[in-house]
Design a protein around this ligand. Structure first.
Ligand SMILES: *Cc1c(COP(=O)(O)O)cnc(C)c1O
Length: 393
């Protein structure tokens, strides 16, 4: 079975490029050029030099001794939380800004929900001296004030979006509108494995450095490059796509994708798209999305702003349909408890997004010989306020 995108941009039944005609030239230009650009030797050299010297790769693969003892197995944490700006998002934005430069673009736009992708985009724009405009819902601007300040300090313009629910999907719509109006000089950096083809494939390739390193690091530590399990949280699905990528064709490696169940999948306040979603089109891609009977996108909910996207990337929809990955959903409460547990047991405060992935340890029985890799997608500094309120710290 193949988990690579086909020529038309599909993973099985999912993907494609369902875009307004006005966007066609931009998407076509990217489609014709992205593989040539990212496979080019000079690009690869520049990309990997920046990942290493600027962003801090390779990130450690840390043997979590205390957790391993408690769960009687071998648990490794892939430390994306140690990457510059605090999450895996940098792997993608560094790559895409180099693509934008090679396409001769001068102006960068992006959408952001929690602000992490906005910060990662503003960072690489500062580095490359490019103009940067970030679209963000008014509700998110109020919820994520520190990240708004970071983007402004980095020299980006943050545009407040007041339409719809004033959150991520509305910011995305606004960014697409901007791109339609400025097709010549502007490049749109999408923050996850979502959107029209070729974005999901391009972002997965840029994030695949995560699983490439996991293989090398496991070889050094255990003389075997494949783990038994890889576990990652899924919002749009980019950190999971990166952590799974080089294991997709190796069926011995079990892949577990963890979605946010919010207050519970039956509560009306969830973001578990693989459970609640049906096939439809969102942001240019045919995929699973949460929608009402008449096809209106329903508002997702999670305590972690990075997981409350109403869709999942088409690769993940395909992994779900083919059962190549197991999908698990984890509530706010479980994730918050795991945030505290990881802090107390290993001295690591995780992003609440990442904390969701750890709950699999309570659901699944692992053998003493198993090697379990959890992708720790980001650090928890941005979530301190939420932790403070939740635990009365
Ligand atoms: C943005 C974010 C996520 C969710 O995005 P994916 O594309 O699903 O990876 C998860 N964890 C952290 C720390 C994030 O910043």
């Amino acid at each position: 079975m193949s988990f690579k995108v086909n020529k038309k941009g599909f993973y099985g039944d999912f993907g494609g490029a369902f875009i307004p005609e006005m966007l066609y030239p931009n998407i076509e230009e990217l489609k014709q050029n992205y593989l040539k650009i990212i496979k080019d030797k000079v690009f690869q050299k520049e990309y990997h030099a920046l990942l290493k010297e600027y962003a801090g790769r390779p990130t450690p693969l840390y043997y979590a001794k205390n957790l391993s003892e408690l769960y009687h197995t071998n648990i490794y944490l892939k430390r994306e939380d140690l990457l510059h700006t605090g999450a895996h998002k940098m792997n993608n934005t560094i790559g895409q800004i180099l693509v934008a430069k090679r396409l001769g673009k001068k102006r960068i736009i992006a959408e952001t929900g929690a602000g992490q992708h906005g910060v990662a985009t503003a960072t690489v724009c500062a580095l490359m001296g490019m103009q940067c405009v970030v679209y963000m819902g008014e509700t998110d601007i109020q919820r994520q004030a520190p990240n708004v300040a970071r983007m402004k300090m980095l020299g980006s313009e943050v545009i407040s979006v007041n339409s719809g629910s004033k959150t991520l999907k509305d910011a995305t719509n606004e960014a697409i509108r901007d791109w339609i109006s400025n097709p010549e000089d502007t490049y749109y950096i999408i923050g996850s494995v979502v959107g029209p083809h070729p974005y999901p494939d391009m972002v997965a390739r840029l994030q695949s450095v995560i699983s490439k390193e996991i293989k090398t690091q496991l070889m050094q530590k255990r003389m075997a490059s494949s783990p038994d399990y890889v576990i990652a949280c899924v919002g749009g699905g980019s950190n999971a796509a990166g952590a799974f990528y080089h294991f997709l064709e190796n069926e011995k490696v079990k892949l577990i994708a963890v979605e946010a169940a919010g207050k519970g999948n039956d509560s009306g306040h969830s973001a578990a798209t693989s459970v609640l979603g049906k096939i439809g089109i969102i942001h240019g891609s045919m995929t699973l999305l949460m929608q009402s009977e008449d096809g209106q996108i329903t508002e997702p909910y999670s305590i972690s702003a990075g997981l409350d996207y109403p869709g999942i990337g088409p690769l993940h929809a395909h992994l779900k349909a083919t059962k190549r990955a197991e999908f698990v959903s984890v509530t706010d409460d479980e994730a918050m408890q795991w945030g505290l547990k990881l802090a107390r047991m290993e001295g690591i405060i995780p992003a609440i997004e990442s904390a969701h992935a750890f709950a699999v340890l309570d659901r699944q029985k692992f053998k003493p010989t198993d090697v379990v890799v959890i992708n720790l997608s980001g650090r928890g500094d941005k979530d301190l306020n939420t932790y403070i309120h939740y635990f009365n710290l």
